[in-house]
Design a protein around this ligand. Structure first.
Ligand SMILES: Nc1ncnc2c1ncn2[C@@H]1O[C@H](COP(=O)(O)OP(=O)(O)OP(=O)(O)O)[C@@H](O)[C@H]1O
Length: 217
């Protein structure tokens, strides 16, 4: 059980091979423009590489030959959730409905989806916010809710793109501690510029530069 991805995309000057072991969190680091977000987008199914192959838990996500032909599993069917810098909650739904959305779309009934949502909101310390709309949340609160929504979807792989970038320095440590707890034993990739995130969250680190793997530890 693992993720193995090889992707080449000329338009982004990306040419990488990266693996994540089962239950591990990989930190993806490197300077601006190194290709970190592009690689997450390829794994999430939001960006199509020219050629490459990705296998998650033994299941092929894509396998594109030199002509770009081959199997391609669409984003919604990958078991992969991308948590972006901006929490991107559905503005017209309550916090509870936002978190229940994942279980609902995976076929859970209304009651079971809401129960799962309550449980995840409690896990991230956001249960009192359940009936608010996203517009009534602070940035840190919205990120907590976004974490709950991501986990409620029960992804096989969680991708986090600079999850603390929009938070001030007082909110970041609490969310980092929350992620440290919820990522334990899960497969995840976290893009970060902050050595504190690597230290707190990662089992392994891959550094990208100019769209290439420049180091791994
Ligand atoms: N929407 C886009 N269209 C075309 N090229 C893009 C787009 N987004 C990024 N790029 C280019 O792709 C390359 C990789 O960018 P990417 O955003 O993946 O890097 P990054 O490591 O995530 O950077 P940052 O740390 O600034 O977020 C860069 O050369 C960038 O200019």
């Amino acid at each position: 059980m693992s993720l193995d991805v090889t992707a080449r995309l000329r338009a982004r000057d990306l040419d990488v091979t990266v693996s994540v072991a089962d239950g591990q969190t990989l930190a993806l680091t490197g300077p601006n423009g190194a290709g970190k977000s592009s690689l997450l987008a390829v794994v999430a199914g939001l960006l199509v590489p020219d050629t490459g192959r990705a296998v998650l838990d033994g299941r092929v996500l894509f396998d594109l030959d030199a002509a770009g032909r081959g199997p391609w599993v669409p984003a919604h069917d990958r078991g992969v959730v991308l948590l972006a810098q901006d929490p991107l909650l559905f503005p017209h739904l309550s916090v509870l409905e936002n978190v229940a959305f994942g279980p609902r779309s995976r076929g859970a009934g209304r009651r079971r989806a809401r129960a799962a949502a309550v449980q995840w909101l409690e896990a991230v310390g956001a249960a009192p916010l359940a009936h608010r709309r996203p517009a009534a949340l602070s940035g840190g609160q919205a990120q907590r809710v976004a974490v709950a929504r991501a986990l409620a979807a029960d992804p096989r792989l969680l991708l986090l793109d600079e999850p603390f970038a929009s938070l001030d320095s007082t909110a970041a440590p609490a969310l980092r501690e929350l992620l440290r707890r919820v990522l334990a034993g899960r497969m995840a990739v976290v893009v970060t510029h902050d050595p504190a995130d690597v230290e707190a969250l990662a089992d392994a680190e891959v550094r990208l530069e100019h769209g290439r793997v420049a180091g791994a530890s």
